[in-house]
Design a protein around this ligand. Structure first.
Ligand code: ADP
Ligand code: MG
Length: 699
């Protein structure tokens, strides 16, 4: 296959090169200004862009356009309109105006709003986000948009994300100016999300109701082999998987998504894809698109891509690593240790701001990754614990310690202080990246937040991170504002000293998977919010409402509405799982058990008729065993049904979620035990669904 990658890369994207070639110069300039500085877009510019976009889209085979948005679910939404416009003489022209580009009014009243729209206006509107490029997919021009209510409340994930990027930009620029770096005009946050996933054969997937309805298996005895041989991680790609990954790369590249790294992961049938990082907003859109394309390409290959956080019991689930940093408009990564003392000061201030942010808003970071699916991973020794801590590595920890203890004061009489001695060494990656058990690790020039689940949008964690870091920077700015340049070094030293004393409890360089750490973390007063219902109440704690409202990321109403949607989503997810399990056991597995008992019994009576008086010991034993399991399943089923009905009837969202967690999930685990044991006794051809062995090893 010969493909010219540079040529196909971004071929379906209305990117800067296309804009420059298609737009009149003044229009192009005006648009760039809007994109770079967030200034208001005039209607004549919008009209001009719309014409260019339409022309380009039609040249590339598009007939429709859609405002693409991200409601408060984990998937994206779209409604397609064609470009056709009747001319009155039975003909049509292909038409697209600036107004249609800039604003859309999907009748989208069925998306979760947590009661936000009910009071005012049922509809919401979509608004073009010119900072994320439009693209063509399946014959439609996709326009990335934000989704708001008529009274201006955010109904999506993009709106608060853009607000948080803006907030961080202002706080970071202000801090850089205070530190004397006056030329900086803009600071962006950057994100590179590493995405894990499973591939299973499509024909087997279709035979599993749990995978079809829930995205994860609810039943299934372990396969003879799991991940114990450690032979899958970074192993050779099977030809079918390699072909899939190749196609996936090409499809992503066409969409301008810089897919870079691909490899097998720890669990059998598990893989990972990582793109080159981008500004947060674009990275979030791209990650949504990546997940979609992953599923679509899998389908073409007769595979199914599972993005659930825990598709299989007993082997690792899937997560997402959110690599995060801040970059100035002149290209300096603010989390890159500097080459000069001045850069070091800057680096240490920004580093300290992240440490402070993570310590003070660890609860929010934990919540930002909370979901029914991710609850199965966190703290299960395959993903970081639910306790948020920071891994800094020994070197950096030492440097902060020496600042805390003033060990960098030289002893030659005069107070001659130099932050980080001379120049901070460039941290060797190997040095910092070894600890895979930390939820929030410094990896040389960025932080890697590792608690994210594989299925969720990466918007939430970045909203929290950007806002919390902006708040920390604002507080530091108050302490440093007005300090004379010659006193700045000393002032920063003192500030870091105070801050590290206060926040060092969040730093932990050891093994995050051990029980000792969880105990120690509790002693340090760190949050351990184990499950979604445990964590969510903190979302609306006063300190967090204060943070988000102060920075105009969310209003108090928006926070409450999100709280409700979050918990409802949790309960609904478990309710569907419970319904699915009930159906699988009742209608599929129990009949299999009975058929097999019948088969054994007829074997026994046949034997007895041929050899009168024969003992039939093994048949008796097997029937006794199966019959016992059948009874246990029947009992478990009744309890699960009753508890699900009870949970469903509970009105209060938090109570409701707690019942699903404390009763329904526990019943499901209990029922699974007897079901899985029965599975190990029943021949494959009598089983109603394919085994783990087939799902995980038959590609
Ligand atoms: P790992 O050891 O975790 O695989 P990599 O160096 O391969 O680390 O990077 C993982 C991800 O981090 C990639 O998606 C990469 O683009 C991203 N990344 C690198 N630098 C930055 C940065 N400055 N900001 C955000 N993400 C980054
Ligand atoms: Mg990583």
């Amino acid at each position: 296959m010969t493909q010219n990658i540079p040529e196909i890369y971004g071929s379906l994207v209305f990117n800067d090169r296309i804009m420059r070639s298609k737009l009149p110069k003044d229009m192009y300039k005006a648009l760039k200004k809007t994109i770079e500085n967030g200034t208001h877009l005039e209607l004549d510019v919008a009209n001009s862009v719309a014409v260019a976009m339409k022309e380009w889209a039609i040249e590339n085979g598009a007939t429709h356009y859609t405002h693409w948005f991200q409601p408060m679910t984990n998937v994206t939404a779209e409604k397609h309109d064609s470009f056709i416009s009747p001319t009155g003489d039975g003909q049509v022209i292909m038409d697209f105006s600036g107004k249609e580009l800039v604003k859309g009014e999907p009748d989208a009243s069925s998306f979760p709003s947590g009661g936000l729209r009910a009071t005012f206006e049922a509809r919401g509107y979509t608004a073009w986000d010119p900072t994320s490029p439009a693209f063509i997919k399946d014959g439609t021009l996709y326009i990335p948009t934000a989704f708001c209510s008529y009274s201006g409340e955010a109904l999506d994930k993009k709106t608060p994300l853009l607000r948080s990027m803006d907030t961080l930009n202002k706080a970071a620029v202000n801090m850089l100016h205070i530190l004397g770096n006056k030329g900086i005009k803009h600071v962006s946050t950057t994100v590179g999300p590493e995405q894990e996933y499973f591939l299973v054969p499509k024909e087997l997937y279709k035979e599993r109701k749990d995978l079809v309805f829930c995205g994860r298996t609810l039943l299934g005895a372990p396969a003879p082999k799991g991940q114990e041989m450690e032979d899958h991680y970074f192993g050779t790609l099977k030809p079918k998987v390699a072909a899939y990954m190749h196609d996936l790369d090409v499809e992503l590249w066409k969409l301008g998504i810089p897919a870079k790294t691909k490899h097998n992961e720890v669990a059998p049938a598990q893989h990972e894809l990582a793109p080159v990082f981008d500004t947060t907003n674009v990275a979030v859109d791209h990650n949504q698109l990546t997940m979609e394309v992953m599923k679509k390409v899998a389908d073409k290959h007769d595979l199914v891509c599972l993005l659930h956080e825990k598709p299989f019991e007993g082997i690792n689930g899937s997560g997402k690593h959110n690599n995060w940093s801040m970059i100035t408009d002149d290209g300096v990564n603010l989390l890159d240790p500097g080459k000069t003392p001045a850069e070091n000061i800057q680096f240490l201030v920004f580093l300290m701001a992240v440490i402070k942010a993570v310590d003070e808003y660890a609860d929010l970071l934990r919540i930002s990754v909370a979901s029914a699916g991710n609850d199965h991973r966190l703290g299960a020794n395959e993903a970081p614990p639910a306790v948020v801590s920071i891994f800094l590595g020994d070197e950096l920890t030492e440097i902060l310690k020496s600042i805390e203890n003033d060990t960098y004061f030289t002893s030659h009489g005069a107070v001659q202080m130099d932050i980080g001695a001379t120049v901070l060494p460039h941290f060797v990656k190997d040095n910092t990246d070894r600890n895979r058990t930390s939820p929030f690790a410094f990896t040389g020039n960025k932080f890697e937040f590792r608690m994210l689940g594989s299925a969720a949008s990466v918007a939430n964690p970045n909203i929290v991170l950007n806002t919390a870091v902006a708040e920390a920077l604002d507080q530091f700015a108050k302490e440093l504002d007005g300090i004379a340049p010659e006193d700045m070094e000393h002032a920063v030293h003192e500030l870091i000293k105070r801050a590290i004393k206060k926040h060092k409890r969040v730093i932990f360089n050891g093994n995050g998977y051990t029980d000792e750490w969880i105990e120690e973390a509790e002693k340090r007063g760190l949050y351990n919010l184990k499950s979604t219902p445990d964590a969510l109440p903190m979302w609306i704690a006063q300190k967090n409402i204060d943070l988000f409202t102060k920075h105009s990321i969310f209003t108090s109403e928006e926070l409450h509405s999100r709280y409700e949607i979050w918990l409802e989503n949790y309960s609904k997810t478990i309710n569907i799982e419970s319904n699915t399990m009930i159906e699988m056991v009742q209608k599929d597995l129990l009949p299999s058990v009975m058929s097999y008992i019948e088969e054994i019994a007829s074997t026994a009576s046949l034997k007895a008729s041929v050899v009168p008086g024969i003992t039939c010991e093994s048949e008796t034993a097997l029937i006794t065993k199966l019959s016992g399991l059948q009874d246990a399943m029947t009992k478990g089923l009744e309890k699960l049904k009753a508890d699900t009905v009870k949970a469903r009837a509970t009105e209060d969202v938090l109570e409701n979620a707690k019942l699903y967690q404390a009763e329904v999930l526990v019943d499901m685990e209990e029922l699974r035990k007897s079901a899985d044991e029965a599975e190990t006794l029943i021949p494959d051809d009598l089983l109603p669904y394919p085994t783990y062995g087939k799902l995980l090893f038959y590609i």
